[in-house]
Design a protein around this ligand. Structure first.
Ligand code: GLS
Length: 824
């Protein structure tokens, strides 16, 4: 401890240039972070060296998004120095919790997809898998959300303003990134046509490394994020011509590339700058991968034995064309050889079946920005369509029927003709990869049967499932110390590394003393949340209420509106004196809406309007409260999830690819009210469906309802409570003086076809909520179920998910000596 204290003081003085006697929390946080980073860097160097010495096969995880959140506490726990740090900082006059608050969340992602990437890096580090995360170091992460007059207002997330003590910026290792320009043809000595791309513009990519430690194993992996730097200062001519200001303007223009994260989750933006971001990050990453590979290899055909590249959604899919370009134009390989290398190296994860999320890029844009890549894509397509034709005409074409060949070719082509001629990035990713995986069993089945059914017939082995998982280090051990300590006192700490060990809790569910201790841990977390809400929102929570939580991005398919209709109905019953047996509850909502997503923003407004009415009504507010948590982010989730008793997972069946919040809640002992969707299905199967509150129509039932003609008006007319709730929303009951404010929401349900079947599931949802309320009154039974829920969550560790990727997709093994605990 004395050593850590000394290091902290030394950093306050020599790294931060401050007086250690002026006790600034900001300085002491930064100094502590630097002292922790010092303890990581040796292991990071040793880890990297061991990969090199052992010629380990490396895994590269390419993702446009990461959501690491805060690093301090997690890193202290991983290093096993949390207690030491707590005491050291207390000796220096600080509470560690307060210091940790100084850190800004690294919010370089929108939601589940980015957070999954961060959980996966944590698991690679813990399992000893030679992995690297690659992404973009956005200057501005996901916007900071404030709620003003009930509405979302976006503020810039200038997270870099105060520096980032965790990152190493490596300004000496810059990689060129080229755009535009033209392609020249030439003929090689064997008479083959060759191509050279001479680019118009060049930007530089600078690596910023963030260290990701494993759990208690000395293994530290790298998350390398690229930041755009202009090449203008290297272009002395430019300055010498006297156009100084022009040069500076160009510099600013270039550096725009990594300025800001696109703040939309599952809505494709189609903007030129976004494509630039994708290519910028992909080419820098591929150059870096090949640089490392070429240190030990000359023969490019060995690449798939040494390198596995996982594409996190289609966002980095242009990597396939980029690797082809390098192999063809720089290494001068033949097409077939290059293509085999590509397909064997890449694998693609699909994260959604929502059509509005499937990326396409206009051919005209690609032709201009990346002319050589567009040529390559055309060639991939031509060869692929010939192959389709061959398979379709072959004897064993199964269900493929060559009479339908033209239609089949149109459906699977990389190019879509309408509404404008564009490249389908998902098709490029499928064709250019040896593995395509979905992220939960149902999602993968839907990929095979609906979205990519033609590809499933063409490549029956390619599509596979890897159900998502979450890291128990952050989402149980670090976020929920009261519960973790209780668990550890009964079954030891092995569960942090091997989550299956939680099953040892099962017999304890029958022990009244253990149940009481379990409830005490939950209460402690609820009180902590209560104190936080008081500080931040100046609201007093009732900790004896059931804490019912719906936090995630705001999206119509996630059906926050269904929850809101339940709240309004509960409000009406209480007002009308029809709810004598109502179990008091506080309903929490939280989540960001894409700034351009009108309906999602209106939903936030409606939630806040209902909250204001309900909370101000003294007839009901001792029994029902509604809280909107502004600026939902990773660190807020870490506070809220441990305090949650009821987890809302109520998406339209078939639409939530997996969900990962659902896993975090159950792991922390919340019971789930949910639909038969995403990974919630597998959770119900692992836990026992009777221990969750499952309701609503299933995916196949919705398909048939849609086919037979779904008429939401029937539900409206047939259900008095539903009608009352909708009429109130449409009138100005919650928006005095602003008649019709929420009419678009209601009209969308009644006259817009209710695409997400809110009305169809309303009555069943109400029934399930009633079951919840009733069970909560029996605290012994509630707690028993809560314990069993957590005990059966072992499968949903990201360690299990990553082990499956490693074995079944990447063909990589953990580094020797790291599989079972500590490394050398
Ligand atoms: C998402 C899905 O919507 C989630 O269901 C899934 O859990 C997550 C990680 O696989 O990916 N897809 C997406 O574009 N954003 C997501 O959160």
């Amino acid at each position: 401890m004395e050593g850590l204290k000394k290091d902290v003081i030394r950093h306050v003085v020599s790294s931060l240039g401050s007086d250690y006697a002026s006790k600034s929390a900001y300085n002491y946080y930064n100094a502590l972070a630097l002292a922790v980073r010092d303890r990581l860097i040796d292991n990071w160097i040793k880890t990297q060296r061991s990969y090199y010495d052992e010629k380990a096969k490396r895994v590269y995880y390419l993702s446009l998004e990461y959501l690491p959140g805060k690093s301090l506490m997690n890193n202290l726990h991983c290093l096993g120095i949390y207690e030491t740090a707590r005491k050291a900082m207390s000796d220096l006059g600080f509470s560690l919790e307060d210091l940790a608050e100084q850190e800004w969340d690294a919010g370089l992602g929108n939601g589940g997809l980015g957070r999954l990437a961060s959980c996966f890096l944590d698991s690679m580090a813990t399992l000893g898998i030679p992995g690297y995360g690659y992404g973009i170091r956005y200057d501005y992460g996901i916007f900071h959300q404030v709620i003003e007059d009930g509405k979302q207002v976006e503020q810039a997330d200038n997270w870099m303003r105060v520096g980032n003590p965790w990152a190493y910026e490596r300004g000496q290792h810059l990689f060129p990134v080229r755009f535009f320009g033209e392609v020249k043809n030439w003929t090689d000595e064997y008479g083959r046509l060759r191509h050279t791309w001479t680019a118009g513009d060049t930007v530089l990519a600078m690596p910023c490394d963030m260290l990701v430690p494993g759990w208690d194993n000395h293994h530290v992996i790298n998350m390398r994020l690229w930041s755009a730097r202009s090449d203008v200062e290297f272009d002395l001519d430019f300055f010498n011509t006297g156009n100084y200001l022009g040069a500076v303007e160009e510099k600013i223009f270039d550096e725009k590339i990594s300025k800001v994260l696109y703040p939309s989750d599952q809505i494709e933006e189609g903007r030129e700058l976004r494509l630039k971001q994708q290519y910028f990050f992909v080419t820098a990453t591929i150059q870096d991968i090949l640089r490392r590979f070429r240190k030990k290899h000359q023969d490019m055909t060995e690449l798939p034995q040494s390198v596995a590249i996982q594409l996190n959604d289609t966002h980095p899919a242009i990597a396939i064309a980029e690797l082809m370009r390098i192999l063809l134009d720089e290494d001068l390989l033949d097409w077939e050889v290059a293509w085999d290398i590509c397909v064997s190296t890449f694998a693609y994860t699909n994260h959604t079946i929502l059509p509005e999320a499937l990326e396409t890029w206009p051919v005209s844009l690609l032709e201009r920005m990346l002319p050589r890549h567009m040529q390559i894509i055309y060639e991939i397509n031509a060869r692929f369509l010939r192959e389709v034709e061959r398979v379709a005409r072959s004897e064993d074409c199964g269900q493929l029927c060559h009479r339908d060949l033209d239609h089949l070719k149109q459906r699977v082509s990389l190019i879509q003709e309408r509404p404008i001629k564009s490249v389908r990035m998902a098709h490029l990713a499928i064709i250019g990869s040896h593995s395509v995986n979905g992220v939960a069993a149902l999602h993968t089945e839907l990929l095979k049967a609906r979205v990519f059914d033609d590809f499933q017939r063409l490549y029956p082995q390619k599509i596979n499932n890897k159900t998502n998982g979450v890291t128990p280090r952050r989402w149980l051990w670090s976020a929920n110390q009261p519960l973790s300590r209780l668990i550890a006192s009964h079954i030891g700490t092995g569960f942090v590394r091997n989550l299956d060990e939680l099953t040892q809790l099962e017999p304890l569910a029958a022990d009244p003393a253990f149940r009481e201790a379990w409830r005490a841990a939950k209460l402690e977390n609820k009180q902590r949340l209560q104190a936080y809400i008081k500080r931040k929102l100046m609201r007093e929570l009732h900790t004896e209420h059931l804490f019912d939580v719906h936090i995630k991005r705001i999206h119509e398919y996630k059906r926050q509106v269904l929850n809101l209709l339940h709240v309004v109905t509960a409000y009406n019953r209480l007002r009308h004196g029809q709810a004598a047996d109502f179990t008091p509850r506080t309903v929490f909502f939280g989540g960001k809406a894409a700034p351009s997503y009108f309906m999602a923003k209106r939903i936030i407004h409606a939630i806040n309007a209902v909250a204001a009415t309900v909370n101000a009504d003294s007839r009901v507010n001792d029994k029902l409260q509604v809280v909107y948590l502004p600026n939902y982010c990773v660190s807020q989730a870490e506070r809220v999830i441990p305090a949650t008793e009821l987890s809302e997972q109520i998406s339209t069946a078939g639409m939530e690819a997996s969900g990962t919040g659902n896993m975090k809640f159950a792991l922390n002992g919340a019971l789930t009210i949910g639909t038969w969707d995403g990974a919630t299905i597998e959770m119900a199967q692992a836990i026992g469906p009777e221990l969750l509150f499952i309701f609503g129509m299933r995916e196949d039932e919705l398909v048939s309802l849609r086919q037979h003609g779904y008429n939401p008006m029937l539900y409206y007319h047939g259900d008095e409570e539903l009608r009352e709730a909708l009429d109130m929303l449409r009138s100005d009951a919650f928006s005095p003086g602003q008649h019709g404010l929420f009419a678009p929401l209601v009209d969308n349900l009644l006259h817009g076809g209710d695409r997400f079947f809110v009305l169809a599931d309303y009555r069943q949802y109400l029934g399930a909520q009633q079951d919840v309320g009733r069970l909560y009154l029996d605290q012994e039974e509630w707690t028993r179920r809560s314990i069993l829920n957590a005990a059966r969550m072992g499968f949903f560790s990201s360690d299990r998910a990553i082990s499956q990727y490693a074995r079944e997709i990447w063909d990589v093994a953990p580094m020797a000596g790291l599989q079972n605990g500590k490394g050398a």
